[in-house]
Design a binder for this molecule. Structure first.
Ligand SMILES: [Zn+2]
Ligand SMILES: [Zn+2]
Length: 376
């Protein structure tokens, strides 16, 4: 017989519901002590971090519990170090391969780790990473040929419009193709975090293929090549890290807003930041900015610094959107039996948010939630 006493019940100052006492309201996620519905000190996916915290893993890999994200963080740092080491040894071709594959491979491992695809792994991985990569491959070839033709004819104006405007916009729309397919034909992937994950995966697949296309002559060239290792390290940071991150973020942003549009039934109350129009303007604006930087900034280092600044702002923006989306998710759930929280492992009533640490259930892994629902 269960001898534990039920936790005392308190009234949430934000949603007004009677909920188990704790740090956070299990229904709406508000911080109970301060009554703050925004709780900007506790990011809803990983509550031991602030919302305004710069992090790649807890932003683009939100389903990972903090305890399980260590290997991913180590892999990103170790991968970066490997790229720099290879570049320092003038092994530019292997350095390039390592740089462009690092994030996409980690993301694929993440998809498997958290089983975001439920029981359709091939469909989801195919429609996001693989389709993104195929479209990236085709588009990089077509865009490359058109650009070099314009360069040959010396038509600088058309070349600028193509490089700074047309290519970035078309590329962004192509990165959205896979997520849009899943949105249309697989309505059961209804959680906004599904949108974030599909968008990021598609953006990373696209970036991988277009970077590989751009670097192909080098990769197939001699193993030890001439050139400045520092130049190469900068160039590979740009392609392997910054462009990949930017593409993952912009696509995740639009997909998150699209998914949220279907999920959030409280029309009209959504902040402009996570609205579909807001996401489209930001994402396309960023892509055009990256295109313009590529077309007009001749100095490699200056371009990379600008892209780094854009990536930082974008990562923070995506985090705010994820945080908002998870807080929206709260509204519809009830109170379940006591079970360990996937994030902090304390025994808590199963609710939309962990009353102890404030983690959103929707940011836990799907198999963990299925086990809970099955009562195992
Ligand atoms: Zn509440
Ligand atoms: Zn918890």
């Amino acid at each position: 017989m269960d001898t534990r006493e039920d936790p005392p019940i308190v009234t949430c100052p934000h949603c007004g519901a009677n909920v188990p006492a704790g740090e956070f309201c299990g229904l709406c996620g508000a911080h109970l002590a301060t009554g703050s519905p925004r709780r900007s000190h506790a990011y809803a996916a990983v509550p031991n971090q602030r919302v305004a915290h710069l992090a790649i893993v807890s932003t683009l890999f939100p389903h990972l519990a903090y305890r399980r994200s260590g290997p991913f963080r180590v892999a990103i740092v170790a991968g970066g170090a490997l790229v720099v080491m290879l570049a320092a040894l003038h092994l530019f071709a292997p350095a390039t391969v390592a740089a462009v594959f690092l994030l996409p491979v980690l993301y694929l491992m993440y998809l498997y780790e958290v089983e975001v695809y439920e029981d359709e792994p091939w469909l989801v991985v195919g429609a996001t990473m693989v389709l993104g990569a195929l479209l990236g491959l085709a588009f990089a070839n077509v865009a490359g040929v058109s650009l070099s033709q314009l360069d040959l004819t010396g038509d600088r104006e058309s070349a600028f419009v193509l490089a700074a405007l047309a290519i970035p916009i078309v590329a962004q729309l192509l990165m959205l193709a896979g997520p849009a397919f899943l949105y249309t034909f697989r309505a059961r992937f209804r959680e906004p975090l599904d949108g974030v994950t599909f968008g990021a995966a598609s953006g990373l697949g696209f970036s991988l293929a277009s970077s590989l296309t751009a670097f192909w002559p080098l990769i197939t060239g001699p193993l030890v090549a001439n050139g400045s290792p520092i130049d190469w390290a900068i160039r590979l940071t740009r392609a392997g890290l910054l462009i990949a991150l930017i593409n993952a973020c912009t696509t995740a942003l639009i997909a998150a807003a699209l998914w949220l549009h279907r999920y959030d039934t409280r029309r009209g109350r959504r902040p402009i930041m996570s609205s579909l129009l807001g996401a489209l303007v930001i994402a396309l604006g960023v892509q055009i900015m990256v295109g313009v930087i590529g077309a007009v900034v001749g100095e490699l280092l200056v371009g990379v610094v600008l892209l780094a600044a854009i990536s930082i702002v974008l990562l923070l923006y995506v985090r705010v959107v994820i945080h908002d989306a998870l807080l929206v998710e709260g509204a519809e759930h009830g109170v379940g039996p006591e079970a360990p929280c996937p994030e902090c492992h304390r025994m808590v009533p199963t609710m939309a948010f962990c009353p102890a640490c404030g983690a959103a259930r929707a940011a836990g892994t799907k198999q963990g939630r299925a086990r809970l629902a099955g009562g195992v």
